[in-house]
Design a protein around this ligand. Sequence first.
Ligand SMILES: [Zn+2]
Length: 65
Amino acid sequence: MEPEATIDCIDCGGTCHLITPPPEDGRWEPGDLAVYRCEDCTDRWDMLLPDEDDLRGDHWEPDEA
Ligand SMILES: [Zn+2]
């Protein structure tokens, strides 16, 4: 579970870069805060790492073939 190095800016569509250094032990935990800074509009975006249980729950289904 690691945050993306970059995300798309919600405001301007530019590239936001992760500015939070990784934890000392290199292990990101659910609920950790990852802060991004947009290179175009310099907006700051705070993202919480999702709980892994949320990613494999029953509430979303893979696309049917
Ligand atoms: Zn932006």
